[in-house]
Each structure stands twice: as structure tokens, then as C-alpha cells.
Design a protein around this ligand. Sequence first.
Ligand code: SF4
Length: 71
Amino acid sequence: MTVFLKIDADRCMGHGRCYSVAEGLLTDDEEGFVAQRGQVLEIPADRLADAEAAADACPEGAIRVVAAADA
Ligand code: SF4
């Protein structure tokens, strides 16, 4: 099953926890926000644990792991 990581650009406050726990999946921009703000990323099966860790780490609830890109 394909899963997706959705990052809400409006909720992201730049705490930087997500890319700290999901290196190689998420990166930071020059202001400390996750560079993938507002994007929907298809998650390889071997990175699912990292995607879930990133979602759990975000104190703003900006990251969700979902089963469909439009969920
Ligand atoms: S942890 Fe949440 S608020 Fe912080 S950079 Fe990542 S998405 Fe944004």
C-alpha cells in the first residue's frame, strides 16, 4: 500500500523536529522550516517508520501520514 506524507504549510512553525527525526526524507530550508511545506510526498515502504516519527514529532500537528494523496 502506498502512503503519503502531507505537510500543512499554514501550521508549520519551523520547530525543526520533523527533519531531525526523518533525515533524507525531510530537509530544512534557510529559515528553519521544513523545506517540503505544503507538499504531499509519496513515502517508500522502507521510510514509513521515519514518516510516522516525523508526524509524531511535530508539535503543531502539521504532518499527517495518509493512505491517499488527496486525503
Ligand atoms: S516539526 Fe512541524 S512545525 Fe516544525 S518544521 Fe516540522 S512540520 Fe514544521
